[in-house]
Design a protein. Structure first.
Length: 221
């Protein structure tokens, strides 16, 4: 396989550029109806991640794959805004602890990989989209929510609005937000292991991929 198309090789280069080892998105568990179902979800996720690394001859990266799950029953009713604040607090400490960098460097460092800038949430709807599948093809329709932790609502001033020909369209509220970009999107479950982690390198790429929910937006084309 060509190196340029090998996602495992791409990931290794990105991690080396940052001086990182640990990789993978953090996941917030936002459904607590069944611990058994949650474990099934995790088993499927980990098996698919391993399968993808094996496909790209990248099993050596599995030891540093750390898709941490953060659990608290209060997350079940939490908005993305609340979870984003939790994640930001986690990331400040985690980047120092996991990657062994100093606090002063962490405060100025802008890593390319997205472990500390994006996170995943799984609610009951997303969980069922994964578990209620009969084969790999139908699993391709399953989704989770990917959140941009650096997102802030974009409000234009009068000059900017005038240049665009008037007020922007308002969309159906999602957790109270009527902007087109609400700071999160639904992405394919099968992409949040290796491929999606490599694809969405930084917040600048968010605009390239973003589609407003409920659409499920692929990160890999």
């Amino acid at each position: 396989m060509e190196t340029t198309s090998n996602k495992a090789d791409d990931l290794e280069r990105l991690l080396q550029a940052d001086g990182f080892k640990t990789w993978g998105f953090v996941t917030y568990r936002c459904t607590y109806s069944s611990d058994l179902d949650w474990q099934k979800f995790l088993d499927i996720f980990l098996s698919q991640a391993k399968r993808k690394l094996e496909y790209y001859s990248g099993l050596d990266l599995l030891n540093d794959f750390a898709p941490i799950v953060l659990e608290n029953s209060s997350f079940e009713d939490a908005t993305v805004h609340v979870l984003r604040e939790y994640f930001k607090a986690w990331a400040v400490d985690a980047v120092q602890r996991e990657q062994h960098i100093t606090a002063s460097r962490a405060s100025k460092f802008r890593p390319r990989t997205g472990r500390y800038r994006f996170f995943v949430t799984v609610d009951q709807e997303a969980l069922e989209s994964v578990l209620n599948t009969s084969d790999r093809r139908s699993l391709g329709m399953a989704f989770v929510r990917l959140v941009n932790a650096e997102w802030e609502p974009k409000f234009l001033d009068e000059e900017e609005l005038e240049a665009l020909g008037g007020p922007l369209d308002e969309f159906e509220p999602l957790e109270g937000c009527t902007l087109e970009d609400v700071g999160w999107m639904n992405v394919p479950f099968l992409e949040v292991g290796l491929n999606g982690f490599v694809a969405i390198l930084d917040a600048n790429r968010w605009d390239l991929f973003y589609s407003r929910p409920p659409k499920i937006q692929s990160l890999t084309g």
